[in-house]
Structures are given as structure tokens and as C-alpha cells.
Design a protein around this ligand. Structure first.
Ligand SMILES: C[S@@+](CC[C@H](N)C(=O)[O-])C[C@H]1O[C@@H](n2cnc3c(N)ncnc32)[C@H](O)[C@@H]1O
Length: 326
């Protein structure tokens, strides 16, 4: 398996090679066209045709999600069960797959039996849209762009930190946390082709106004943080002692948040580096304070004061911050 952005440069000399090139060009297009006509037929028939993920791509997907024995993996549209079975056999994970096609379910059960993992996995003949995903720590998909987008609101409601891996199709404007391209020789029944693997971590919902106090040099100091969020991307400003400053290095991965700012406190410039864990309307963690007069590390706990409005939030008005800026 070669992992890179690959340009097909081999001159195709034989009829077989020409056929392969035509197949590679036509398969994704045919797949996309079929999806356009399947929009309302979901309940009656599979909304995505069966095309298995090449085994080396399966391995790459599981590696990207760092699947391990503590994981519970759900494959949406599980085909012959290869992703769930590999996760159990090679990584010790548990999980299940769902597929509408009973032939696929029978194949998956047989593959689980051959791999000796029937105690760890299950396969259900079920519509993926009617499947409870709350147990998952990892969700894998080889569906279609339209289906991914339809699933997206539900995926964003999963427990923060849930990992998602999609073969070949992205989630529109929800940028992946990681993306690799894999050259897979056994793609499309041996025709070969490039596979894209996309990885996301479900982010906690952090948009809103957060407040806390710290004891700085023995004096209580009030802090207010206004956070904006688009998927896993966060930005905003902090108000401290009447001054407003933009956040630096603001990051969110699952329920882990970190950000920094430098602001004058008690007459001295002080760099603040916060890190913590988001749990609903509370963030708990640590802050490191560094300035010419002090270096310290304190526990930190913030509470959300203003209601959030969802994942893609409008700008939080900064009027009160600007008004109070000296
Ligand atoms: C592209 S295949 C992927 C199979 C497997 N996940 C893999 O990567 O090898 C998509 C699978 O989804 C199944 N499928 C399509 N629509 C579905 C739905 N609404 N609910 C459950 N399964 C579905 C199809 O039967 C097919 O087996």
C-alpha cells in the first residue's frame, strides 16, 4: 500500500489496462448518479450500493481512529463485516454492523465466525438511519456524500470525543481533523484506485459566555470568555479587569479545550495558558500563569453563563467587551 497523493502515470498498453481505466473512471460517477435517484427510497432499499473497502484501507481507517480494546465500533452499512471483524480480530474492539441486505448480514456473520470473534461482534439487518449510535466510541462509514450529510446532525450530537472515519467521502464544510490518501490495489474488485480516508472527533459544544474567578497574587480576579464555534474550530475573546483580549491558540478536540491570552492583571502583564475538559456547562482544568513577577499553576473551573445556540454560532456581540476596554 502506498500512501500519498498519486497521479496515475503508467501508460496503459493492453486492452485489460484500458478496461481498468474506464472502470475506475466510471464507477464513482455511476455511484454518485445512483445516489441522486435513491434520495427518497431509503426505507425500501439500500441508499448506497455495496462496494467493499479494500482490506489495506480498512487497516488504515482503524489505525487513524487508534481503535483499541476499549472501543465500541459501529459500521454503518457494514457489507461483509470486514471493518467490524478486523477491529475485533486485530485491535480487540467490540462492536456491531448494520446493513439492509440480508445476504451481507449472512456473509458478515460467517466472517465473524471464521475470525473467531463472534463473542465480540454482531450484525443486524437494519436501516442505518434507524440505528442507535449512542454506544459507539468509533463510527465507520463507506457511504456517499449525501448520506454523510444526512447523518451529520446526528453525529454531531454524539458524545464528545467519539471518533468518526469515512472512506472516500467527506462531510462538506465540516473539515476533517485528518485526511490521508491511500493507493489501494484491490479497490473496485481489483481494478485499483485511490482511497481517501477522513477522520473527525466529535467536538463538545462550547459556544457561549463562560465565567470564572482566579486568585491572582492573593486577590480575586473575575474572568469572562466569549467563545464562538464552528464544528471543532473555536475562537473568541476574554475580558479581564475591564480589558478585552483575543484568544490565541484556541483548540478543541472532543471534550479537551485549550487557549491562551496575555493581559495585564494587578498592574503586571500576565500570560495565561488554560487547558481543561468540557462537561456540559462546566469546564474544569488547569491554568498556568507566567509573568515577570509570578509563575504559578492553578486549578480552574468555568461555568457557562449564556445559552449556546448550536454548533455554527453567530458572532457573540462584543459590545460589552469593547465598552469596557480601556
Ligand atoms: C459501500 S458499502 C460498504 C460496506 C462496508 N462498510 C465496507 O466498507 O466494506 C455500503 C453498504 O451499505 C449498505 N447500506 C446502504 N444503505 C443502507 C441503509 N440505509 N442502512 C443500512 N445499510 C445500508 C449497503 O447494503 C452496502 O452493503
Amino acid at each position: 500500500m502506498q500512501e500519498t497523493v498519486v497521479q496515475e502515470t503508467i501508460v496503459q498498453k493492453t486492452a485489460n489496462c484500458r478496461l481498468r481505466r474506464v472502470l475506475v473512471a466510471l464507477l464513482p460517477a455511476a455511484w454518485l448518479v445512483s445516489s441522486l435517484f435513491a434520495a427518497d427510497a431509503r426505507a425500501a432499499e439500500p441508499s448506497v450500493p455495496y462496494v467493499p473497502t479494500p482490506q489495506d484501507v480498512v487497516e488504515r481507517m482503524l489505525e487513524m481512529a487508534k481503535v483499541g480494546p476499549g472501543d465500541y465500533l459501529i459500521d454503518l452499512g457494514s457489507g461483509d463485516g470486514r471493518i467490524v471483524v478486523t477491529a475485533a480480530r486485530k485491535h480487540g474492539a467490540r462492536g456491531f454492523g448494520v446493513d439492509l441486505n440480508p445476504v451481507r448480514i449472512a456473509e458478515a456473520n460467517e466472517n465473524a465466525r471464521k475470525a473467531g470473534v463472534v463473542d465480540k461482534v454482531a450484525f443486524y439487518q437494519r436501516d442505518l438511519f434507524a440505528t442507535d449510535l449512542s454506544q459507539a466510541t468509533v463510527i465507520t462509514m463507506y457511504l456517499l456524500p449525501r448520506v454523510n450529510l444526512e447523518l451529520r446532525p446526528r453525529l454531531l450530537e454524539l458524545k464528545p470525543g467519539t471518533r468518526l472515519v469515512s472512506h472516500d467521502f467527506s462531510m462538506d464544510d465540516w473539515s476533517p481533523d485528518a485526511h490521508v490518501q491511500v493507493e489501494a490495489r484491490d479497490k473496485y474488485g481489483g481494478a485499483g484506485g485511490r482511497s481517501d480516508v477522513y477522520f473527525w472527533v466529535v467536538p463538545a459544544k462550547t459556544a457561549g459566555v463562560w465565567q470564572w474567578q482566579l486568585q491572582v497574587s492573593g486577590k480575586p480576579q473575575a474572568y469572562e470568555l466569549a467563545l464562538e464555534q464552528k464544528f471543532q474550530s473555536i475562537s473568541g475573546s476574554a475580558r479581564v479587569g475591564g480589558r478585552s483580549v483575543r484568544l490565541q491558540n484556541a483548540r478543541l478536540s472532543g471534550d479537551r479545550i485549550s487557549f491562551s491570552f496575555a493581559v495585564e492583571v494587578n498592574g503586571a502583564a500576565l500570560k495565561h495558558d488554560f487547558s481543561g475538559k468540557v462537561d456540559g456547562d462546566v469546564i474544569s482544568g488547569e491554568v498556568s500563569l507566567s509573568g515577570s513577577r509570578m509563575q504559578s499553576r492553578l486549578d480552574w473551573s468555568a461555568k457557562r453563563a449564556a445559552a449556546k445556540t448550536g454548533f455554527v454560532t453567530p458572532s457573540i456581540p462584543t459590545l460589552s467587551l469593547a465598552q469596557s476596554t480601556r
